[in-house]
Design a protein around this ligand. Structure first.
Ligand code: SF4
Length: 122
């Protein structure tokens, strides 16, 4: 255990909508019994990409004792859960993942690969 930043989920506020699951590239969050849960703390890097997508403000980052982030475990998790559909859309053009792959560009802001070159060079 080490003291570090990690996501905190307020289960009183969480409505189980599931929007926060796919922004977590590490696969740390799952919906269990209608509530978002950090399934394995070593999967959460504390980056907070999940925070702003929550419609009820149930997610925050706190500093607490937790297992160290384990990048190897995130690769295993990604392999076991397969491809996931990202529910967000491109902030520049509105594309969804049906239109073009999406990547996170800022905390909880996503851009599609079609817009990315012009965003980088503008
Ligand atoms: S986005 Fe918010 S309300 Fe929805 S499942 Fe995640 S924590 Fe719960």
């Amino acid at each position: 255990m080490t003291k570090r930043q990690i996501v905190r989920i307020d289960e009183e506020l969480c409505n189980g909508c599931g929007i926060c699951v796919t922004p977590c590239a590490e696969g740390a969050i799952e919906i269990i019994n209608g509530k978002a849960k950090v399934v394995r703390e070593e999967l959460c890097d504390g980056a907070g990409f999940c925070l702003a997508v929550c419609p009820v403000g149930a997610l925050s980052i706190e500093e607490r004792a937790a297992p160290a982030f384990d990048e190897g475990a995130t690769h295993e998790q990604a392999a076991s859960r397969g491809r996931t559909y990202i529910a967000q859309s491109c902030f520049a053009c509105g594309n969804t993942e049906d239109d073009a792959p999406l990547i996170p560009v800022r905390q909880s802001t996503w851009a599609c690969v079609r817009c990315l070159p012009s965003l980088i060079h503008s």
